[in-house]
Design a protein around this ligand. Structure first.
Ligand code: SF4
Ligand code: SF4
Ligand code: SF4
Length: 249
């Protein structure tokens, strides 16, 4: 058997997660010893309709995108959603909170009536096709992507962290951002970034989305200790959480 053929596709996004792959440097060369890239618009001119693993970046925003991602799904044995835009709809989903007409006028002004802007609701990839694996983050973590591809190629189911960022933050012995009178989403956000933001002097803004069962009671305990309210937390959630998540409280 040859190496698994991998294709990378982008939809509505900033392409920052693909850029992370390009930034893998030597590790990218080592990965290419394990898989065969056959299409990747950002880095190569070849194209192919034959691939085993499809990596899909970005949100689905137009009917033609839905058709395209369904076609990708049909061809791929394994489909990976890459980055928050793909796993959750990411920042793009902010658009769903406002009337489309208002969004178009705000962004495009006098050009708001251009027909190709006639877009519908922003969707995460899993809202259109089944997804086999999600690589979270805005942007993704290079080390996590590398590990997951290696595990896939080895025939294992990659481990996806399902505990809060606080766990990694404590392991890194960071001073909690609440001690600086900030609100941090670490208690309810999925780990895997090695607490990237708190480790660099910034609160977690929840880019990886919630753990499967976010424990708001525990988060409430933290906030009460620091005289914050659940409403303070919810205000911060609006950037990356879509309002569709299940919250236990
Ligand atoms: S998840 Fe973030 S970095 Fe990745 S493509 Fe979307 S906006 Fe860009
Ligand atoms: S609340 Fe934020 S800063 Fe505090 S421990 Fe959790 S992740 Fe770290
Ligand atoms: S600390 Fe939070 S916002 Fe920062 S990368 Fe991790 S999940 Fe995303």
């Amino acid at each position: 058997m040859g190496k698994p053929r991998v294709a990378i596709f982008d939809f509505a996004c900033c392409e920052g997660c693909q850029l992370q792959i390009a930034n893998m440097d030597e590790d990218l060369l080592k990965l290419i010893e394990l898989v065969e890239p056959v299409e990747w618009r950002e880095a190569m001119s070849e194209k192919s309709d034959r691939y085993d693993i499809a990596i899909v970046e970005g949100s689905i925003t137009r009917p033609e995108d839905e058709r395209r991602v369904r076609d990708i799904r049909r061809r791929a044995e394994t489909l990976i959603a890459l980055g928050s835009c793909a796993t959750h709809g990411g920042l793009n989903k902010l658009r769903n909170r406002f009337p489309m007409e208002e969004v178009r006028r705000t962004v495009y002004g006098e050009s708001a009536s251009m027909p190709h802007l006639d877009s519908g609701r922003v969707k995460a990839v899993q809202e259109v096709v089944s997804v086999d694996l999600k690589i979270y983050g805005c942007p993704i973590e290079i080390a996590e992507l590398s590990r997951m591809i290696r595990e896939l190629v080895a025939g294992r189911r990659p481990l996806v962290p399902n505990y809060p960022v606080c766990v990694e933050c404590k392991l890194r012995e960071n001073v909690c951002r609440y001690e600086y009178d900030e609100i941090c989403l670490g208690p309810v956000t999925r780990a895997g970034c090695n607490a990237r933001c708190p480790s660099n002097g910034m609160w977690c803004f929840g880019c990886r989305g919630p753990v499967d069962r976010p424990n708001v009671n525990a988060a409430r305990d933290v906030m009460e200790r620091y005289r914050k309210t659940v409403e303070d937390l919810v205000g911060k959630l609006e950037l990356f959480w879509t309002g569709e998540e299940r919250i236990n409280g």
